[in-house]
Design a protein around this ligand. Structure first.
Ligand SMILES: [Zn+2]
Ligand SMILES: [Zn+2]
Length: 375
């Protein structure tokens, strides 16, 4: 059995505090101690001896310890006062212990359950509902209207009228290809190629497991070092507390070396047959271009030689407009639209504020022909 420590109690009738556990009647009001909970001086509830830095724990001497009963006090069913386990009759009213229905711990448990039930029954503080302000709604409406206005504006047209067509241009181009023989090499032989040589050559390398090497790595683990003793204080329910010893394991970190097997890879070169061959191919060698500033767009003369043929064709039609300030802009457009334009024409061009491609329009902005900016 551990050493005994003096408990204390507060009088629930007159409020007198810090009455020693071996005193059964309140020194202030004289009432017998009833519904109380014992506590320790200088030690917080649940605190261990090791955690208690004040270190002034009030141990009882042997004689004092002997004066306390072994079991908790019992409650008198008639006057509700606490009586020692040693007493067979209530020290306050003389009632028999045989009529007692509970002891110190029964009463404490009942009280704690009651408190928990009361706490659970309390209505949860409802989340305060704030009067709803109309302000956020107004801001949202303003933002939505703003966005709609912006889109309407951006989608709007900007028509520039009174533009004079000051130049027309056309360019037509034909790529000319020649049938030529090439010397090439590769890992496959193409159809129609004339093989001239073939050799085994380096193609790629494979990573291949060669062997393992031992490598030492440092590791750590938690190991039990020793057990340490600590002390807590248990309410005996009679005005005294008992110091109880407990054991808990103390671990330490142990470092050790482990040998692991690490794979070693080598690069193994792989060879394949490489083909060397001659092959005939059509290849672009020159181009023929025709251009002009009138409507007489024609394809250029190609004057094809032996082993030549016409390849890709391209054509480009443009016009330049000059505004009233003398600023010129050039656009590309389809040949059929281009043929409808003449130098000296007055036209309107409509562009969108969103930056989409502009178009030739009438004065009201109705689309006549698509045009594209020249980059
Ligand atoms: Zn009192
Ligand atoms: Zn009594």
């Amino acid at each position: 059995m551990g050493k005994l420590v003096m408990g204390y109690w507060d009088c629930p009738v007159c409020g007198s505090q810090g009455i020693r556990g071996d005193v059964v009647n309140c020194p202030s009001c004289g009432r017998a101690r009833g519904d109380v909970q014992f506590y320790l001086k200088n030690v917080a509830e649940g605190e261990t001896r090791e955690e208690n830095e004040r270190g002034d724990i009030e141990y009882m001497d042997e004689a004092k310890a002997q004066s306390f009963s072994k079991n908790p006090d019992w409650y008198c069913s008639f006057c509700n006062s606490l009586n020692s386990d040693n007493a067979q009759f209530c020290g306050n009213c003389g009632a028999s212990r045989a009529d007692s229905e509970s002891n110190y711990f029964d009463q404490l448990k009942k009280k704690q359950e009651q408190e928990a039930a009361e706490l659970a029954a309390q209505p949860q503080p409802a989340a305060r509902t704030q009067p709803k302000s109309k302000r956020p709604l107004l801001i949202l409406a303003a933002v939505v209207i703003g966005i709609i206005l912006l889109f309407t504006y951006l989608n709007g047209n900007k028509t520039a009228g009174d533009l004079k067509v000051t130049a027309l241009n056309w360019v037509r181009n034909i790529q000319i290809e020649e049938y030529r023989e090439f010397s090439e090499s590769g890992w496959t032989l193409p159809d129609g190629a004339e093989l001239t040589d073939q050799k085994s050559e380096y193609h790629h390398s494979d990573s291949v497991l060669s062997h393992y090497v031992d490598r030492e790595v440092q590791r750590s683990r938690r190991v039990l070092d020793h057990y340490e003793t600590y002390y807590t204080y248990e309410d005996r329910g009679n005005g005294s507390f008992e110091e109880v010893s407990h054991q808990r394991p103390v671990y330490e970190t142990e470092y050790y070396t482990e040998t692991i097997q690490e794979p070693v890879f080598i690069q193994v070169p792989r060879y394949q047959t490489k083909y060397y061959y001659n092959i005939w191919r059509w290849t672009p060698t020159r181009e023929a271009t025709a251009d002009g500033t009138d409507h007489n767009a024609v394809w250029p003369e190609t004057n094809l030689g032996e082993n030549e043929r016409e390849g890709q064709k391209s054509e480009d039609y443009r016009f330049t407009v000059t505004d009233s300030k003398g600023e010129s802009t050039t656009y590309r457009l389809a040949e059929s639209d281009w043929r409808n334009l003449n130098e000296g024409d007055s036209i309107s061009i409509t562009s969108r504020r969103t930056g989409a491609d502009a178009f030739i329009s009438d004065e009201k902005g109705n689309r006549i022909a698509d045009i594209y900016p020249v980059r």
